[in-house]
Design a protein around this ligand. Structure first.
Ligand SMILES: NC(=O)c1ccc[n+]([C@@H]2O[C@H](COP(=O)([O-])OP(=O)(O)OC[C@H]3O[C@@H](n4cnc5c(N)ncnc54)[C@H](OP(=O)(O)O)[C@@H]3O)[C@@H](O)[C@H]2O)c1
Length: 361
């Protein structure tokens, strides 16, 4: 846990709409690393008390202490819950949010197993864990917290998807599908809140590659920002505009990721899908040490050499996008043998090799 110097933003208009009522709280799931940890610091800076979720009491306590070092007057509470548990047990979460004036929920926890694997190669338990952590748990969090968000003032629910949830991503198929679930679930929920006339904004945020200090190492770059930078961009993207007071339901907050997505969206679907597919095959091959030759030849090595996949991170989606996108995307291109992967957050996930220094969004 790093020491941070976080400026006090509690008078900023950015999230002012949600700082309603006495002692407003924000819930952040997966708050012990990466973007979740960055959300914790940023939301404390914006004047919110925190309910931090994670699976490790020690890590949660460390994040709490770091937040309190910057903002000693915030009320920071902890909720320990395994997001992979089946059946999910929501009692801890229900008990945690019950007494709070909950105004913001960041449904952040999630990730891939850190591997490039076909569905047939994935151990069944990993497959189930990934779907549970990425899709079932956030759905449960939404069900438990929406009633709280609806009462006492404007509320905000942020559901973290991924660019990998927009286009089919072979070899991280389960991850990609679960992130597509996040996106459609979030946008459908947005529609429900509109139809019900509530004051709750439901927003899906889609990151590309982001440094999380684990699978995604690095100092940050235009294509692969630091978690803290990505969160700053996300807050700016949610903030009211003169022409729009409430946020859009789907946002790619980081500019370089947004340009990449916009570029891919200009292409016919078959071409965009084929670019993703080629990149995924190349990343999978690189993760197995098959080499770059296949990548250079444009289609990836089709041999699908069976190997014992190490705990390579999967930052794939972004790298794919990066190759398709204009020049800046290439700056972080994966070095030989590196398997970029992004969201390694997931649960049953093993330690990830720091192979993904790279990535481009
Ligand atoms: N980083 C990227 O490039 C990227 C790109 C696209 C989308 N995303 C999405 O953004 C979100 C955050 O990603 P990140 O890279 O910041 O993640 P991360 O650094 O790997 O952190 C993941 C967080 O989730 C927690 N977590 C994982 N499994 C859990 C479980 N079973 N129960 C409870 N907590 C669990 C981790 O706890 P521990 O500290 O105990 O492991 C950690 O706090 C994820 O939804 C991810 O899919 C990330």
């Amino acid at each position: 846990m790093s020491t941070r110097i976080v400026p006090d933003m509690s008078s900023s208009p950015a999230l002012a709409r949600y700082r309603a009522g006495p002692a407003p709280f924000a819930l952040v799931t997966g708050a012990t690393a990466g973007m979740g940890e960055a959300w914790a610091h940023a939301l404390a800076a914006h004047g919110f008390n925190l309910l931090l979720h994670g699976r490790s009491p020690a890590k949660l306590a460390a994040v709490r202490d770091a937040v309190l070092a910057s903002f000693p007057t915030r009320d920071v509470r902890l909720c320990v819950l395994d997001a992979c548990a089946l059946p999910p047990d929501a009692r801890e979460l229900e008990g945690g949010v019950a007494p709070l004036n909950l105004r913001i929920v960041v449904n952040n926890v999630g990730g891939s197993g850190g591997h490039f694997e076909s569905v047939l190669e994935m151990p069944s338990q990993q497959l189930v864990d990934e779907i549970t952590c990425n899709a079932v748990f956030p759905t449960l969090v939404a069900k438990v917290t929406l009633p709280k968000l609806r009462t006492g003032g404007p509320g905000l629910m942020l559901n973290i998807s991924s660019i990998g949830g927009i286009w089919p991503s072979p070899y991280i198929s389960v991850y990609s599908a679960s992130k597509a679930f996040n996106r459609l679930f979030s946008m459908s929920l947005h529609g429900e809140e509109l139809a019900e006339g509530t004051d709750v904004d439901v927003v899906c945020l889609a990151p590309g590659a982001v440094v999380n200090g684990r699978a995604m190492q690095g100092d940050g770059s235009a294509m692969t920002p630091l978690s803290s930078t990505w969160v700053v961009n996300a807050i700016a993207a949610i903030s009211p505009r003169p022409w729009r007071q409430r946020p859009k339901p789907f946002i790619v907050p980081h500019p370089a990721h947004r340009y990449s997505v916009a570029f891919l969206r200009l292409l016919p679907n078959t071409l965009a899908n084929s670019i993703f597919r080629s990149q995924m095959v190349a990343l999978r091959d690189e993760s197995r040490g098959v080499g770059k030759a296949s990548r250079m030849s444009g289609g990836g090595n089709k041999s699908r050499t069976p190997t014992a996949l190490g705990p390579k991170a999967t930052q794939a989606e972004q790298q794919q996008v990066s190759t398709a996108a204009p020049a800046p995307a290439l700056q972080n291109g994966p070095p030989a043998g590196a398997a970029g992967t992004q969201d390694t957050a997931a649960a049953p996930v093993q330690p990830r090799a720091a192979t993904n220094e790279v990535m481009a969004g």
